[in-house]
Design a protein around this ligand. Sequence first.
Ligand SMILES: Nc1ncnc2c1ncn2[C@@H]1O[C@H](COP(=O)(O)OP(=O)(O)O)[C@@H](O)[C@H]1O
Ligand SMILES: [Mg+2]
Length: 330
Amino acid sequence: MAQATAVEAIDLVKHFGPTVAVDGVSFSIPQGSVLGLLGPNGAGKTTIVRMLTTLSVPTSGTGKVAGHDVVKAPGAVRSSMGLTGQAATVDELLTGRENIRLIGRLYGLPMSYLKGAADALLERFSLTDAADRIAKTYSGGMRRRLDLAVSLVAAPPVLFLDEPTTGLDPRSRADLWDVLRGLVRDGTTLLLTTQYLEEADQMADQIVVIDKGRVIAAGTPNELKDRAGQASVVLTVTDGADLPRAELLLQDCATEVHVEEASRRLTAKASGLSAMTRIASVFAESGIEVDDLGLKRPSLDDVFLHLTGHRAEPAADTDTDDPAVEEAVR
Ligand SMILES: Nc1ncnc2c1ncn2[C@@H]1O[C@H](COP(=O)(O)OP(=O)(O)O)[C@@H](O)[C@H]1O
Ligand SMILES: [Mg+2]
């Protein structure tokens, strides 16, 4: 049976005066899966999220969240999703617990329910000890977790996360990934925007690469890596004296052979597993002892470079030149 679709972008377009921020973007997210919207600063990610979460009206096209049309039924969309944006929504003068309860009240949830729900969320995001401190005293990572906890109080089946880990240190980022994986295991559908190739690779079932308001590639992380071209073979010989002979053998089975004497390592371009199998048997017959033989696929960084002609440079965490954020803050 085909999986139900949780989120759909249908030819979304957004103009801001002369600026075409989003230029005909379509994708769909099966229920319970993670879509990573990957692109550099200014690519149109936030604008797409804002349209799908009813905060911004599309110039044309539309979207669906949990079956509801974002243009025709924005109220129904809002009640089936949670959003954490680049601009945090946490009230700094309230405690963590009060923040969660406040948003729960706004959703019309009864206090009797909210007491337990707030405790469970605080626990889940490792904020129990800080629950009764005002959010102003929280670190960046704690705030991000509180922001996420707040957006989950109404247990939305679909969650939009706009650059949830930008500006976090690697440790907090890894912690947040763990939390998100837990949500997905429990059936939540995630749309996550990111400038981090590694994040999309780690978290997403499907990646949509956006550049200048357009989809320039889409697929699983592996499919995208396949498109960036050939994999490399990496081979380490046990005895450095065998390097010259190993180089000659490798030249027969692969191209662009490169030797690193210090590490006794040879790398080469080879087309897939069949080349690999051939190399393995050639070396087995040659009597050259090998410590290690492996296939290294291109990284998502390589993919981005291949697709756009430029590297994906995550912007320093200054959003000052980002009008979408200013609009959200206002
Ligand atoms: N409210 C706005 N008014 C004018 N231009 C905007 C507004 N919001 C976004 N833009 C422009 O649209 C483009 C896409 O921005 P955005 O969606 O914020 O990209 P991203 O989130 O990928 O960094 C940028 O050129 C940005 O300057
Ligand atoms: Mg953005």
